[in-house]
Design a protein. Sequence first.
Length: 272
Amino acid sequence: MRNNEIKTLEEKARIIRKHIVEMIYNAGSGHPGGSLSAADILTALYFKVMRHDPKNPRWEDRDRFILSKGHAAPALYAALAESGYFPVNELLTLRKLGSRLQGHPDMRKFPGIEASTGSEGQGLSIGIGASLYAKLNRKLYRVYVMIGDGENDCGQIWEAAMSASHFKTDNLTVILDRNGLQLDGATREIMGIEPLSDKWKAFGWKVIEINGHSFREILNAFDHAKNVKGKPTIIIAHTVKGKGVSFMEGNVSFHGKPPNREEYEQAMKELG
């Protein structure tokens, strides 16, 4: 991976973060913290890793991405818009009456959204269904699912984890956005989920742990996952909630709170 390619991805992630902050500020509601922590992963997926075509969004052999942590929809919308699925200026309609861009992704609104998500814990099950369909029909596409660490409180996640391992869905890669915070506080205080890596290994998964803000580590992990056979892969991406905006970083109050005008102006200044 050349340095200039890394710099290109870093710049795209910066633009996506600016979109996230601007969208949520203009909407007056939304979830900036978990959207910002996921921005680098989504940038890598949409601009380097996945096979997809904005001009042919129903292409049968496209890779699928499912945002199980649906409250981070602003990050997904920004990546889709920058990829060319819809005009960038539509991003400012987030959460507005009649807008296609609601607070959680709705696959009925426009192509590019693979699943309607938001109820925590369901996206992984949907992803397993897509990966099994590919295997049964000898399709070569891969399925990517992003989950949040708060989602690991959900029993459905662990039922799905057993199922994916049992059916050897090696065309499935899960990315865990491990920012350590959920709605009400630190994950370790609300429902301790460690030893997280050992748990996923015990459920029969290949586990890769990375810095979720290092594009070199992100891309190496995705390359590694493509070569894993006989089992699904989870990439535990250690991230910072609110990444890129100093006063939002590690601040649980910005899980679901928009910035005020002063905060918005400071955030945009920091993001260039």
